[in-house]
Design a binder for this molecule. Sequence first.
Ligand code: HEM
Length: 369
Amino acid sequence: MREERPVHYDEQRETWDVFRYDDVNRVLKDHVSFTAKRSAEDGEPSSGADEGMPMLQTMITTDPPEHTRLRGFVDERFQPGSIREYRPQVERVTEAVLDDLEGRGQFDFVDEVAISLPVTVIAELLGIPAERRDQFKAWSDALVARPEDDSQEERQRVQDARQQAQREMGRYFGSLLQEREGGTADDLITLAANSALNRGEQIGFCMLLLLAGNITTTNLLTNAIWTFEEEGLTDAVRQGAVDLEAAIEETLRYRSPIQSLKRIALEDVELRGRQIQAGDVLTVWLGAANRDPARFDAPEEFRPERQPNRHIAFGTGVHFCLGAHLARMEAAVALNGFLERFDRLDADLWNCQPLNGLYGLESLPCDVS
Ligand code: HEM
């Protein structure tokens, strides 16, 4: 598709599919012609990163100048300098998660490591009290749960559970925000409570962090172990012969956790000779762009030594992932800790369950005995 029909209209899904790196880049950078707001009619989320978001006003579904107002108060906290300060906290969380696995022999990497870690890290950054962590984890699981089969009842059940979790969590965030207003603690709930955002926007921000930061980081961790094992590189990464940070970047390119994003044209635009009209929906494929041969040599090969590696797994333009530096640091700490601790890893790749939609695995059974 990327070669033959780089910009293609899919009648059934009623969307333009955009596959090439340069075109994806252009659409994401041009927020004047392409909005990140949801379409009024279908209520579709604008991207995988905010899947399941209630209709709360957040940065991910707004354009400048509104976007700048909703993101500006927190941007600094996610810059590399601030993220470095969180590192000891992330190392502590990682050690605790790994301690629980000691002596287990066999376990599912997705359930036991890749899901628990990001949710605990975000809970710490937000400043969720320790005694509410289990409840918090249950809510975040419900927010990203997927139907176990295709039946109407199952879809309804998942949808109801998600809405209930959203309501309960919204109320919980609302009460924490109220308690912390005027406070001086340096957690993100206090930062939001003292910002100029109204209460609904503050709640939306807290929920967005959970939705955008959990399943994505889960998939990055899982895709990294999956790919290292598949490529026979696990030992080389463990011993430092392959640089872990470079291998994480290449995993982001090769198996991008978010495969596509949505935008809506605000004006008539020509893209690669095709006429896109105001109001048309576009699906830009990060996964395809990250394997575009016009941009990457041997794109179908996993090459951690790739330099420079200008993938767009975190998007680009004004919506460039707020949590990109955090996700990178978390992945480096978690994977390093995991590979150091378990030096006889044997991941059961025959048993992998591919995940719908986002790119990751439902389970990755590991044997470390
Ligand atoms: C936005 C990917 C981790 C918070 C995005 C976008 C992508 C992305 C592609 C752009 C969405 C768009 O343009 O519509 C990823 C990946 C991650 C990751 C692949 C992990 C490997 C995180 C984490 C957090 C986070 C850990 C927070 C703790 C956000 C937020 C936005 C965002 C708040 C919206 C930014 C804006 O609209 O200005 N992410 N993300 N992400 N991400 Fe991430």
